[in-house]
Ligand binder design. Structure first.
Ligand code: AG3
Length: 277
C-alpha cells in the first residue's frame, strides 16, 4: 500500500510499510488508526503517532510491567494509567499474586478498537481480574489513596490528554495512591529527541520518592528507538528485583540479566535523569 511516517518534531521520522488501513475513527480525544503492515503485524496510531506494532510492543509492555512487579514481594492490586490497548494488563496478569488490575484509560474508543483489531495485545482485558475504568486518571488516582501495590503509567506523548501525567502534582497523587512498599513505573520518552521531557519528569519525581531510577530499552518503532522509563518507590530499589521471578515469566525481552542491564544507563541519558542510575 504505502508508507506510514510518524514525523517527530520536524527532526526525524519513523516509517512503517503498510498494506491496508483496517480502521480509522475520531474519538472525543484523538484520531485512532489501525493498519495491517508488511513487516510489523498490526500498527496502532493515535493522532498519527505510533503507539504500538505487534512486532515490538512486547519490549515496551514487558519493561513497563515486570521490573516493578518483580521488585515488589507480592503485588496484589495493580493500576495501569492509560494503556488503553491492554498491553500492560496482559503482562500484569502473568503474575500469580495479582488479584486485581485496574486499567484507567480516558478514551474508551481506543480500548474498543484494540479489542476488535489487535486481540494479541488486548486479549487480557476480558480476564475476570481486570477492571476497566474509562475516566481521567488524574482524578481516579487522586480519589484512590493507599490502594495499589504497583502503578504503571502507560501514557501517550506529553501533549493533549496526557500532559498532566508528566507533572509533580500527578506523581504526588500516585505516591499517595500506593500502599506501603508500593512502586510506580512510567514511560519517559526518548532521551535523544525529548531530553527536556526526560529531564522535567525526573526533576518532578525525584523529590517525591526515596528511590528514583531511570532505565532504558530498545523499541524500534518509537522515535530514536531508544526509550527511557522511570522506576520510583519509597521502599523498593532496582536491587530488589527478583531475578528468578523474571526468569520464570513467559517473557520475550526481560530476564534477570536484561533487568540489571536496563538500569545501566549511557552517560548522556543518566545525566538527563539527574542520578547516578
Ligand atoms: N504509549 C506511548 C509511548 C509514546 C510513543 N511516542 C511516540 N510514538 N511519539 C504506548 C502505548 C502502548 N501501550
Amino acid at each position: 500500500m504505502t508508507w506510514f511516517y510518524e514525523h517527530y518534531k520536524g527532526v526525524s521520522a519513523v516509517g512503517v510499510h503498510t498494506e491496508k488501513l483496517l480502521h480509522e475513527s475520531s474519538s472525543k480525544f484523538q484520531s485512532i488508526k489501525v493498519f495491517e503492515t508488511t513487516g510489523h503485524g498490526r500498527l496502532l496510531t493515535l493522532d498519527d503517532m505510533v503507539m504500538l506494532t505487534e512486532l515490538d510492543e512486547f519490549v515496551y509492555h514487558e519493561l513497563l510491567s515486570h521490573l516493578a512487579l518483580c521488585a515488589h514481594p507480592s503485588p496484589a492490586q495493580v493500576l495501569v494509567v492509560g494503556g488503553g490497548d491492554g498491553g500492560c494488563v496482559r503482562e500484569v496478569l502473568k503474575h500469580p499474586s495479582v488479584e486485581r488490575v485496574v486499567q484507567c484509560e480516558i478514551d474508551e474508543a481506543v480500548t474498543r478498537v484494540c479489542q476488535e483489531f489487535i486481540p494479541s495485545v488486548a486479549g487480557g482485558l476480558a480476564d475476570p481480574r481486570c477492571e476497566l475504568v474509562f475516566a481521567d486518571a488524574v482524578r481516579y488516582v487522586r480519589e484512590h489513596p493507599a490502594t495499589f501495590d504497583v502503578i504503571l503509567v502507560d501514557s501517550t506523548e506529553p501533549i493533549g490528554p496526557a500532559e498532566a501525567l508528566f507533572g509533580a502534582d500527578f506523581f504526588g497523587d500516585i505516591r499517595r495512591a500506593l500502599r506501603p512498599g508500593g512502586i510506580v513505573t512510567a514511560q519517559a520518552e526518548s532521551p535523544f529527541y525529548a531530553p527536556e521531557v526526560v529531564r522535567g519528569l525526573f526533576a518532578a519525581v525525584r523529590p517525591l520518592f526515596r528511590h528514583v531510577h531511570p532505565y532504558m530499552g530498545f523499541i524500534p518503532t518509537y522515535p530514536s528507538g531508544a526509550w527511557t522509563f522511570l522506576f520510583a518507590s519509597d521502599e523498593a530499589s532496582p536491587a530488589d528485583i527478583r531475578g528468578e521471578a523474571l526468569d520464570a515469566l513467559d517473557a520475550r525481552y526481560v530476564n534477570a540479566a536484561v533487568a540489571t542491564g536496563a538500569f545501566a544507563l549511557p552517560a548522556f541519558a543518566r545525566d538527563l535523569a539527574g542520578s547516578p542510575g
